[in-house]
Write a protein that binds this ligand. Structure first.
Ligand code: ASP
Ligand code: MG
Length: 401
């Protein structure tokens, strides 16, 4: 007998038909003799609908009240799923996040998990119940309901898997695993059988939207083995775990992120302290910077470009304009028509030439590279948004043929 945590996302529980399907998947594991804990997200677009409803009343509602509201979405899914499972004649109980012992800090709308007190869940498992837990929510030390940030149900699932020392955390979704590229963009994209936490983290943060990055970070820290698989098709998914055999697997996936914007400061003085002033300002305003490029100084001036998330562009731009006098630049250029495309693979460290092959593939397709950044397991390029699909396709072709 093993203890399995299963998480079902919003699209997997969107309507009664889908809830019945999830009820079948869950009860099959129980019938096979496993202990089953299920984490659910809100149905379909429920969270967005609730946000919209509140905005119709008050655009600056307090985050405490927003948490009260949004937590209802997951509670609905949890009770509906329990109701569907009761119908199949299995022992089941649904719990809110706080009933299940999920304790968080008081940072409403993006609370951090402090600890899980798993006693209630254990007690219900001992009674042979299937335990359904509302994802994405917890309670703070004042007894107020909190939510842990959009996409938080993945993290809830990993947190419970860690706390209960589950054998496996299965994340059910509408795709049947992690792919070498987005199958909607690359027709030859293949499903991976296994991937390491580090690679998954890069892919998750680079816009391959299968798992929330925070859940992967937590899984890595607590060594929770994850399987990403389809809710609708009964076949093995992708296992995300610590070490993966990497023979010849130089590149395990090609990801892209179109949620980026570039700011360039042209004609800065070529003296010490300039970069520090720019990036201290951005940090003080909590603006995260990704790729940074500084040109070699010429005629006593240099240029510095950097990228930020698209949503940070207005703030970052205003900040640079407000400090034009102290930063002393000649011109400011911004663009949000760009895309970051990356090749990720733990095998890169020991295989020189991955970057060269990637750049050659791009050159062959006439795609101009604006910026480059690399880490031990990733090479990223910044290109025109219009070239994005083609870039992903030719890089995938180069490494996966
Ligand atoms: N319902 C929440 C959201 O849409 C949490 C989740 O789906 O994981 O962000
Ligand atoms: Mg959702």
């Amino acid at each position: 007998m093993s203890l399995i945590v299963k998480k079902f996302g919003g699209s997997s529980v969107a309507d009664n038909e889908k809830l019945r399907n999830v009820a079948r998947v869950v009860t099959k594991s129980h019938a096979d003799g496993h202990q089953v804990v299920v984490i659910v997200s809100a149905q379909g677009d429920t969270t967005d609908d609730l946000l919209e409803k509140a905005a119709g009343l008050n655009k600056s509602a307090s985050r405490r009240e927003m948490d009260m509201l949004l937590a209802c979405g997951e509670q609905m899914s949890a009770s509906l799923l329990a109701i569907a499972i009761e119908k199949l004649g299995f022992p089941v109980i649904s719990l809110t996040g706080w009933q299940a012992g999920m304790q968080t800090d008081s940072n409403h709308s993006s609370a951090r998990i402090k600890k899980i007190d798993p006693e209630r869940v254990r007690m219900e498992l001992d009674k042979n119940n299937i335990v359904i837990i509302a994802g994405f929510q917890g309670i703070n030390k004042f007894g107020d309901v909190t939510t842990i940030g959009r996409g938080g149900s993945d993290t809830t699932a990993v947190a419970f898997a860690a706390s209960l020392k589950a054998d496996l955390c299965k994340i059910y979704t509408d795709v049947d695993g992690v792919y070498t590229a987005d199958p909607r963009v690359v027709s030859g994209a293949r499903k991976l059988n296994e991937i390491s936490f580090d690679e998954m983290l890069e892919l998750a943060s680079l816009g391959a939207q299968v798992l929330a990055s925070r859940s992967v970070e937590m899984a890595k820290r607590f060594r929770v083995k994850i399987e990403v698989l389809s809710s609708f098709r009964d076949c093995p998914g992708t296992i995300v775990k610590e070490v993966v055999k990497m023979e010849n697997m130089q590149v395990s996936g090609v990801a892209r992120d179109n949620n980026v914007a570039r700011i360039a400061l042209i004609g800065l003085q070529d003296v010490p302290g300039v970069a520090s002033r720019i990036f201290t300002l951005l940090a003080q305003h909590k603006i995260n910077v990704d790729i940074i490029l500084q040109s070699i100084g010429r005629h006593e001036t240099k240029d510095i470009s950097f990228t930020v998330a698209k949503s940070n562009l207005p703030d970052a731009r205003a900040l640079m304009e407000d400090h034009r006098d102290s930063l002393c630049y000649e011109a400011l250029e911004v663009s949000d028509q760009i895309s970051k495309v990356s090749a990720v693979g733990a095998g890169m460290v020991n295989n020189p030439g991955v970057a060269a092959r990637m750049f050659e593939a791009l050159a062959g397709a006439g795609v101009n590279i604006q910026m480059i950044s690399t880490s031990e397991i990733k090479v990223s390029v910044l290109i025109d948004l219009a070239d994005s699909d083609r870039a992903v396709q030719v890089i995938h072709q180069e490494f996966f043929g």
